[in-house]
Design a protein around this ligand. Structure first.
Ligand SMILES: NC(=O)c1ccc[n+]([C@@H]2O[C@H](COP(=O)([O-])OP(=O)(O)OC[C@H]3O[C@@H](n4cnc5c(N)ncnc54)[C@H](OP(=O)(O)O)[C@@H]3O)[C@@H](O)[C@H]2O)c1
Length: 239
């Protein structure tokens, strides 16, 4: 498998120096699990970068899924979630945040694959605001289920519309990335940059709790009717 080979061959290099710039991504097979808003945003964007997209859907023969496959193009297809993941180098979990554990477990052996996790563990509290629905983070739960995969948290802090149309925001739109493997983060950073978004490495996977918390603040702020905001982290020069 391309990604696993690339990760192994680069292991020595990355033990010596961390990547300053994203490595170029060869044409990969990307399983996008789900066919909702985030899947429909990311699938066509990744396909436009030359990757083959396989959607994993509970009902892959549905009319809307066929339309999404046709819109995605570049050899895209749809099948069941487990079959989509089996043949993929990269798996995107574009699924409901509180079902992440259950869905990850249903996908079979994900060892050696990069897993992109855009989910948020949102659970409605008694006062109507969203609460953090897990103890650690969804990204860490996924990594615990599949310890030999490379989990990268990405795309969870912004609305799907901004992901595909960052030009309307008035500046670079940043995508925080966290994960424990530099090469996997570089591969995801390359996908991010290919969408005219800016990847910002925020460190190890254990920081996912805080990155997922950013979305809780964002969505609750909207729900109480305060002045809406978006998160655009800005890079500054190193000291
Ligand atoms: N919407 C946004 O703007 C946005 C932005 C950033 C992050 N996120 C996060 O990204 C994740 C996906 O969000 P989304 O808005 O794309 O959700 P969505 O529109 O509800 O889509 C979720 C997809 O998951 C699949 N799925 C698999 N098992 C399911 C089940 N038991 N019940 C319902 N759906 C199931 C469905 O695809 P099939 O029916 O084909 O199986 C469904 O289309 C969430 O965790 C969300 O917090 C959302």
């Amino acid at each position: 498998m391309f990604v696993r080979k690339q990760l192994l061959s680069c292991a020595l290099l990355f033990s010596l120096a961390s990547l300053a710039a994203p490595a170029p991504v060869a044409a990969d097979t990307i399983a996008v699990i789900g066919t909702g808003q985030v899947a429909s945003a990311l699938g066509p964007e990744f396909a436009a970068q030359g990757h083959e997209i396989i959607y994993g859907s509970r009902k892959p023969s549905r009319g809307e899924v066929k339309k999404l496959v046709a819109r995605t193009g570049h050899g895209a297809s749809a099948t069941t979630p487990a079959d989509a993941a089996k043949d993929a180098d990269i798996v995107v979990l574009a699924v409901p945040g509180m079902l992440v554990e259950q869905i990850t477990k249903s996908l079979g052996d994900l060892s050696g694959k990069i897993i992109i996790d855009p989910t948020n563990p949102l659970q409605r509290g008694d006062d109507g605001l969203f609460e953090f629905g897990v103890e650690t983070s969804n990204a860490e739960l996924i990594q615990a289920i599949t310890p030999h995969a490379y989990v990268v948290k990405a795309f969870n802090t912004l609305n799907w519309r901004t992901m595909i149309d960052p030009g309307t925001s008035g500046g670079p739109v940043s995508i925080p990335l966290v994960g424990d493997n530099d090469e996997a983060k570089a591969v995801v950073a390359s996908l991010v940059e290919g969408m005219d978004l800016e990847a910002i490495d925020l460190g190890p996977l254990r920081h996912a709790h805080f990155v997922e918390g950013m979305l809780i603040l964002w969505i609750n702020n909207r729900n109480v009717g305060n002045q809406p905001f978006d998160y655009y982290l800005r890079k500054v020069p190193k000291d």
